[in-house]
Every structure is written in C-alpha cells, then in structure tokens.
Design a protein around this ligand. Structure first.
Ligand code: 5GP
Ligand code: MN
Length: 329
C-alpha cells in the first residue's frame, strides 16, 4: 500500500473534508474521527461531514460533536473549495447520497480509503485493501507505517471501535493475528474493551430490543431451511420508536439458525427499501447484491432500492439467492 503517497497528499494540502457512507457504522465513524485527530495533530483544517446523523449508540465516540450532518447551504461551498476530500469505508460515490453532487463537483484532490470489493471510479487516489478487517485497520496501518503522528488514546479508541465492530467482536474471517496484535497495542494505549463493548452493544433503548423481538418473529426459512428471511416494516419501526440505525446487527440472527447459509433482511424505508445480505463460507452475497444494484463484501453486502416494495422484490431476491447456494465451500 502506497501510504507514503497518502502522507505526502496530507502534508501538501491544508484543508480537508472527511466523510463516509449513509447510515454510518462504528467503522465509518471511528475511521473518520481517528483520521480527524491525526489531521488535527498536524494543524490541518478539518471538517467531518456525513449525509446521516451519527446514530446515538455511537455518540460516545464523538464527545466533542465534531461530526456535522450535511446541510447543502452550510457545507456545499466548503466542499467545493476544500484542498482534499477523504472518503472512508465506502467505494461507491452513491453511498454519499445527498453529498454526492458536491463531492463530484469539487475540484479537491479526492482520496478513498476502504476495504470493500469492486471500487467505483470516483476518486483520484485509492488506498484499498480488501483483506483487512476494517477501514480502521487501514488507518492504523497508515500511522504505523508512516509515523505521521504518534498514536494516542483518542486515536486508539476510534480504531478499536472500528475493528471490534467490523470483526463482529473478533470472530469474523478477517480476525487475523495482526488484528489481535493491533488490538493489544490499542489496549496498551488505554482503551477499555469492556467500556467500548458496553457502549456499542449493551446500552440499547428498550424499543430496539422490542424491535429485535418482532424482527426475530418475522423470520421465515426457504430452500430447505438454507435461506432465512427477516422483514422489518415501517410499522414495526414506528411502534417501537426506533430508526434504521437501530437495526444494525439484526440480520446476523438469520445466520445463527442451523443449516442457514444465506440471511436476507428487507427493511421498508420511508422512501424505498434496503436489503442486507449475509452468508457463510464462500457464498458471494456481494454478487447477489450487485444483481440488485448494491455491493459489499463476500459475506456481508447490501443495497437500497427506490422504485419497488418488499412484496415486489422479495421472491425475486430469494430466487436469485438460490443459485449461489451451491457455491458454498
Ligand atoms: P449492512 O447490511 O450492514 O448495511 O451492510 C453490509 C455491507 O454491505 C456494508 O459494509 C457495505 O459494504 C455493503 N452495502 C450496504 N449497503 C450498500 C449499498 O447500498 N450499496 C453498496 N454498494 N454496498 C452496500
Ligand atoms: Mn467497514
């Protein structure tokens, strides 16, 4: 990875915008804030701007309210004029949603740091490694390789949250020895793993747990029990006073069922729908997602559709999913 190039892009420019994907997860927020602290240490002008509001369970990472929700009136000019824009944890510009237009129109030098497959053509420089567990791991590697700044607790906390969540708390495939070495270093810098886990996973609103209950009840099995399908409707979200961000992680319960190889979660949005796809082994749900305009990783992918309903699309996705079952191991 040409991190010296990234270091020189940073040193040769003064003002930066950092951003990430719609409905940001802890890898998105943690990578953004880690990079924010790095750039601040270098006395750069930095703004972190996202399409979505930071979900409340991640607000403990942004204690100084650094992250701003995109507002065209306030931010468009800033984005157009910035020296550099660094997008993290995404590789398709449409995942910037309302910010995509200003991003594309900006003359800034555009950098993408990410760990997803099949990047789109939207940045000037790509720092992509699909073998790492998280974008946060890439930020760690960058600092470690270039010594651009010294690690400190603030940076360590963000990177730990990013890696912990994107490895499913150190259990997914890319939980390598290197990941554990990094985690050990982050703990030495003062990160308290019990605290981070508690804030992210054990401080749920009651409504979220109730929503989990009705989501689990919605699960149906197809294809001899190899495909599990969960459905979350607007009505379920309204009744439990929850938001899309609260659904994070639910789809994994589909894979917790014996014999299930593919888990599909259909979420009814106010405008359109979202599908989350998960798989075991070598079943490439990123390819399945791509059939429906999305993408992601081999075992975790997603897509958003705007001109259809769950009823219209569900059986089509299940039918397409069937053909990937044979690719298991
Ligand atoms: P999740 O289901 O947790 O929202 O997303 C899982 C993974 O799927 C994400 O890490 C991302 O790689 C990918 N993904 C989710 N939604 C989209 C989407 O709308 N478009 C694309 N290209 N990838 C997505
Ligand atoms: Mn990630």
């Amino acid at each position: 990875m040409d991190f010296p190039l990234l270091k020189s892009i940073i040193s040769q420019n003064k003002s930066f915008i950092i951003t990430s994907h719609v409905n940001p997860d802890a890898d998105a927020i943690g990578s953004e804030l880690a990079l924010y602290f790095i750039l601040k240490k270098l006395n750069k002008e930095v703004r972190v701007i996202n399409h979505s509001q930071t979900p409340s369970f991640l607000s403990f990472l942004d204690t100084n309210n650094v992250i701003e929700k995109f507002d065209a009136e306030k931010h468009e000019e800033m984005i157009l004029r910035a020296d550099g824009i660094i997008v993290l944890d995404l590789n398709q510009s449409n995942r910037l949603v309302s910010m995509e237009k200003s991003f594309c129109e900006s003359k800034a030098i555009k950098v993408c740091i990410d760990h997803h497959q099949d990047p789109g053509d939207f940045a000037d420089h790509y720092f992509i490694d699909t073998n790492v567990s998280a974008t946060g791991e890439l930020i760690y590697d960058f600092v470690e390789m270039t010594n651009i700044v010294e690690f400190d607790y603030d940076i360590a906390l963000q990177i730990y949250a990013a890696i912990m969540t994107d490895t499913g708390s150190f259990k997914y495939d890319r939980t390598t020895p290197k990941v554990h070495h990094i985690a050990a270093h982050l703990l030495e810098l003062g990160v308290n793993p019990t605290y981070v886990f508690d804030r992210i996973y054990d401080q749920a609103k009651f409504g979220k747990i109730k929503l989990l209950g009705s989501s689990l009840t919605s699960i149906e099995l197809f294809r001899s029990g190899q495909i599990a399908v969960m459905v979350i409707t607007q009505k379920m979200l309204q009744e439990t006073e929850t938001l899309e961000a609260d659904i994070d992680g639910f789809v994994n319960f589909c894979l917790a069922i014996e014999n299930v190889k593919i888990g599909l979660l259909f979420i009814e949005l106010k405008n359109g729908l979202k599908i989350s796809l998960r798989s075991k082994g070598k079943i490439p749900v990123n390819k399945l997602a791509a059939e429906f305009g999305g993408g992601g990783h081999i075992n975790a992918a997603g897509t958003r559709l705007f001109d259809t309903s769950i009823n219209d699309i569900k059986s089509k996705v299940i039918k397409s999913a069937e053909k990937y079952l044979s690719e298991e191991n």
